[in-house]
Ligand binder design. Structure first.
Ligand SMILES: *[C@@H]1O[C@H](CO)[C@@H](O)[C@H](O)[C@H]1NC(C)=O
Ligand SMILES: *[C@@H]1O[C@H](CO)[C@@H](O)[C@H](O)[C@H]1NC(C)=O
Length: 113
C-alpha cells in the first residue's frame, strides 16, 4: 500500500470520498484534507490509503463521527479495509457494502448502528 503525500486519487474515488463525508464536521473530527479544496492530495487525507491512485483502505475509527454511513462509501470499489469503529454512527450499515468486490476487513463496532 502506497500513500505518498500529495498523491491524487482516482476521480471516481474522490467523488465517493466527498459524498461519503458530506454530512461531517471534518474539523471537529480532526480530519486533515477531506474537502474539495484539498482534492489534489486525496490519498494523503486522514485515514485514506491508496494503491496506484485507488483508495484501498479507510480508517476513520475513533473520530467522533456521527450521523448515518453514506452509501457513497460503497462506490470505492477498490476498498479492501474499512474501519469506522468507535464513532457515534447511527442508522443501518449500507447494504451496498456487501457488494464491494475487494473488501476483506470491515469494522463498524462501537457505534449506534
Ligand atoms: C479498527 O481500529 C481500531 C482502533 O480504533 C482497532 O482497535 C481495530 O483493530 C481496527 N479494526 C480492524 C478490523 O483492523
Ligand atoms: C480515541 O480518541 C481520543 C481523542 O482523540 C483519545 O484520547 C483516545 O485515546 C482514543 N481511543 C482509542 C481507543 O484510540
Amino acid at each position: 500500500v502506497r500513500s505518498l503525500e500529495s498523491q491524487a486519487c482516482h476521480p471516481a474515488d474522490l467523488r465517493a470520498l466527498l459524498d461519503f463525508s458530506g454530512g461531517w464536521d471534518s474539523k471537529a473530527a480532526g480530519l486533515v484534507g477531506w474537502g474539495p479544496g484539498a482534492a489534489a492530495a486525496c490519498c494523503s487525507w486522514t485515514g485514506v490509503a491508496c494503491d496506484l491512485g485507488r483508495v484501498v483502505a479507510l480508517d476513520l475509527s475513533n473520530r467522533s463521527l456521527h450521523g448515518v454511513i453514506s452509501p457513497a462509501v460503497a462506490s470505492l470499489d477498490g476498498l479492501a479495509a474499512l474501519n469506522l469503529s468507535r464513532n457515534a454512527l447511527c442508522g443501518a450499515a449500507p447494504e451496498a457494502l456487501a457488494r464491494l468486490p475487494m473488501l476483506r476487513a470491515l469494522d463498524l463496532s462501537a457505534n449506534a448502528l
